[in-house]
Design a binder for this molecule. Structure first.
Ligand SMILES: *Cc1c(COP(=O)(O)O)cnc(C)c1O
Length: 404
């Protein structure tokens, strides 16, 4: 392919983030990646008309199949994740849809966490059944529940760790082994919270990794995107169906912004984790706060797994307050001066929002009985989800102290 990654054998992560996938433009000798918005490319010889005819063709033909700026981002992401290949999509949810609908068919069964990113949880609960794909929702922090849910038709185990919004972890290596031993073909991990800086799920035995590039990898809250990473043969097949036929591809402009963000991912993740640990310790010691969940705190119920599976504890934490959440949230909206009260996460600026348990149960998870009580073990009546940015931790602590 024309978007050939630079040779990166032996480079350390920081160097990979800056240089991998990028190349000096042969026409202009531009040092930074060119933004190529062209939709079509003039080939040097006559080519076929269907994307099927382009399999194996080295150049670019049409922007829905591949394009130079997106190809550079894909090569950089693959290098960061230690994957053979990456495919980019218009959003994280578009990437999840591409992978799930690109790999599964009517009659196939999928296992998902009982609490994970809302967009994907709702895709599985509300949309996939219309296409004959059935899903089971289990507490993936309990391998015995995953084992019990596996059926002959189970084709995919979907994991997310740390999970949104509970901050629960799951053991990627143990679950990948278990699923493969029981004949499940695909283990996919939504690694948006961890990023490749913390965890590389493919090295732990997973088959696919999914990222919302909108979050840490883009990192600046100004571009939506998503990616699927895995083996080249799998991703080539996915490209034909999920990119060319479904069409949810990433814009070159967004790829160009995300390329710039990805270059600083390792140093930003260090700053996120450093500030998050300071903020988490402050919250844990505050009389108005009843619980804090941060993988880097010894008080996280799975801190030992976090230490084994994460090289960086990332910037996401949740906390619960003595005062009703909606009242504290109303003060946050009016009075926070540094942190924005807003959804989304992984940006350079800090973001906080209230996720009420009754609301999210009614809209999305719909747990009953034991699953509901387990959700409440982590979320109580609701959680404040705080995405700690890269501002100075003391300024963030002062901002929180005024509204607690
Ligand atoms: C945001 C998010 C997504 C979806 O990404 P979009 O880019 O918003 O479509 C998927 N998974 C996780 C864990 C997320 O936080």
């Amino acid at each position: 392919m024309a978007g050939k990654p630079g040779s990166n054998s032996g480079w350390q992560t920081e160097t990979v983030a800056v240089h991998a996938g990028e190349f000096v433009d042969p026409a202009t000798r531009a040092s930074s990646p060119n933004l190529v918005m062209s939709v079509t490319f003039a080939p040097e010889a006559v080519t076929g008309f269907s994307a099927r005819d382009e399999q194996g063709y080295e150049g670019f033909v049409y922007g829905r199949v591949s394009s130079p700026t997106v190809a550079q981002l894909q090569a950089k992401l693959a290098a960061l994740e230690g994957a053979e290949a990456a495919m980019c999509y218009a959003s994280g949810v578009a990437a999840a849809h591409a992978l799930i609908c690109g790999r599964l068919s009517r009659g196939d069964h999928l296992i998902l966490p009982d609490a994970n990113y809302v967009g994907i949880a709702e895709l599985a609960r509300d949309t996939l059944p219309r296409f004959g794909i059935e899903a089971s929702y289990v507490d993936v922090s309990r391998p015995e529940e995953v084992a019990a849910a596996i059926r002959p038709a189970t084709r995919m185990l979907w994991l997310e760790t740390p999970a949104n919004p509970t901050m629960k972890l799951c053991d990627i290596a143990a679950l990948s082994r278990l699923a493969h031993e029981k004949g499940v073909r695909d283990v996919a991990v939504d690694s948006t919270f961890a990023t490749p800086i913390a965890t590389q799920p493919l090295a732990l035995g997973a088959d696919f990794v999914v990222h919302s590039l909108t979050k840490y990898i883009g990192g600046h809250g100004d571009a939506m995107g998503g990616a699927v990473l895995g083996r080249k043969a799998d991703l080539d097949a996915l490209n034909l169906e999920a990119s060319v036929h479904f069409g949810g591809i990433l814009s070159p402009f967004n790829a160009w912004l995300i390329l710039r963000g990805a270059a600083t991912l390792p140093i930003r993740m260090r700053a996120h984790a450093d500030a998050a640990l300071q903020v988490a310790r402050f919250l844990e010691g505050h009389p108005a706060v009843t619980r804090v969940f941060y993988p880097g705190l010894a008080s996280h119920p799975q801190h030992e797994l976090a230490r084994r599976q994460m090289r960086n504890f990332s910037g996401m934490l949740t906390f619960q307050t003595r005062q009703p959440g909606p009242e504290v949230a109303a003060r946050m909206v009016k009075e926070l001066a540094v942190i924005h009260y807003a959804v989304s996460l992984g940006h350079h600026r800090s973001l906080v929002c209230w996720i009420g348990t009754d609301d999210i149960q009614a809209s999305t998870f719909r747990h009953e009985a034991e699953q509901l009580s387990r959700y409440r073990d982590f979320a109580g009546d609701g959680v404040f989800r705080l995405s700690v940015g890269i501002e100075n931790a003391e300024d963030l602590i002062a901002d929180l102290a005024r509204v607690l």
